[in-house]
Design a protein around this ligand. Structure first.
Ligand SMILES: C[S@@+](CC[C@H](N)C(=O)[O-])C[C@H]1O[C@@H](n2cnc3c(N)ncnc32)[C@H](O)[C@@H]1O
Length: 193
């Protein structure tokens, strides 16, 4: 499968060219987990970058969080932060497509849009594989196109729905009313199980 080389992402971080990095956890994701009672649920955050969502979830009391990124430096930095602050998060440097463990919940935050559009079906298939039978994929997807060549690669609900329905029996995209200000109106909330 054709994909962007890990060095592509490594250089972006090394050169501090990370416009996707909002510097804090995405509001819709935090609000979703504020309403989740099962703090022992196993949660995966793939393409985590600086892993703000993981920090927020750890602060909410979730005890079984795994973050994955393909850039070693990003995972090393986050692991050091975890040790320093005593956050109970497993940080793994790996290619998402090679993961084998299964999870109760997987969180999407600017990972889908970072992959080549030709990888989208593989993404959906892999998500289904990594989720337990009752598991849920939640998060935000862009519902817009971008002028410049990606990443990020945009898209629309009309494209996403048939794609996710290939592997998920319940697919819900709803207007995201609690997006961060710069992304308001540009993303949708997704829940697939
Ligand atoms: C656009 S960034 C988003 C980072 C983070 N989610 C955020 O919102 O700040 C995409 C991230 O996915 C990582 N990534 C790209 N391809 C990957 C892959 N195949 N497996 C794991 N991580 C990957 C990149 O290194 C990068 O950190």
């Amino acid at each position: 499968m054709e994909q962007l080389a890990p060095t592509f992402w490594q250089q972006k971080y090394a050169n501090a060219e990370t416009p996707w990095d909002i510097g804090y956890a995405s509001t819709p994701i935090v609000q979703y987990f504020q309403n989740m009672d099962n703090k022992e649920a196993s949660i995966l955050i793939p393409g985590c970058g600086n892993a703000y969502e993981a920090k927020a979830l750890a602060a909410l009391g979730f005890t079984n969080i795994t973050v994955v990124d393909i850039v070693p430096e990003v995972i090393e930095k986050f692991s050091a932060e975890c040790s320093q602050h005593g956050w109970n998060v497993k940080a793994v440097c790996a290619d998402f497509f090679t993961l084998t463990q299964t999870f109760d919940c997987i969180v999407e935050q600017t990972f889908f849009c970072a992959l080549l559009p030709t990888q989208r079906l593989s993404y959906v298939q892999k998500m289904r594989q990594l989720l337990r039978s009752y598991g849920v994929l939640v998060g935000v997807l862009f519902n817009r196109e971008f002028d410049k060549a990606g990443p990020p690669f945009g898209g629309s609900v009309a494209e996403y729905e048939p794609l996710f329905k290939t592997y998920f029996s319940s697919v819900q995209f709803s207007p995201c009313t609690n997006s961060i200000k710069p992304r308001m109106g540009a993303e949708v909330w997704m829940e697939c199980s």
